[in-house]
Design a protein around this ligand. Structure first.
Ligand code: AMP
Ligand code: ZN
Length: 135
């Protein structure tokens, strides 16, 4: 897509700190990292969200992410990592070109995971039923 920042990076029209590239996937450092080494893994072809990706490309994306995550962990001496996928605006997706975040984590980085809540009595069953009917 012509006005997509990630498409421009992939075409070489905008610079990036490239970490990895094959014929279908590219990975580069996030310019505003949660932690140093925060990496974005991106399919070269433009799809808006991961739900739009053909399954074989999604496989490529996740297998590449596994390989790259190991290098990121070693490269920045991380103790762990989170894989994040913001899907649609409500979930914080800003760049509408599907991508995965690899966020290196350190035992003392002070980051908290997302907050937790509780179900009311019987609510969990109803929610479960509302989901499984679509599978
Ligand atoms: P999101 O769409 O919320 O999953 O995240 C998009 C991510 O892309 C953000 O973490 C940005 O910091 C990052 N980002 C935006 N522009 C660039 C760029 N030119 N190079 C590298 N990362 C970028
Ligand atoms: Zn794009």
């Amino acid at each position: 897509m012509t006005d997509c920042i990630f498409c421009k990076i992939i075409k070489g029209e905008i610079p990036c700190s490239k970490i990895y590239e094959n014929d279908k996937i590219m990975a580069f450092l996030d310019i505003m990292p949660v932690n140093k080494g925060h990496t974005l893994v991106v399919p070269k072809e433009h799809y808006e969200t991961i739900l739009d990706l053909p399954d074989d490309l999604l496989n490529e994306l996740i297998v590449s992410t596994k390989k790259i995550s190991k290098a990121v962990m070693k490269g920045v001496n991380a103790d762990g990592f989170n894989i994040g996928v913001n899907t649609k605006e409500a979930a914080g997706q800003i760049i509408m070109h599907a991508h995965l975040h690899i966020i290196p984590r350190f035992s003392n980085d002070g980051l908290k995971s997302w907050p937790q809540s509780k179900y009311a009595e019987g609510e969990m069953d109803k929610v479960r039923e509302s989901i499984v009917k679509f599978l």
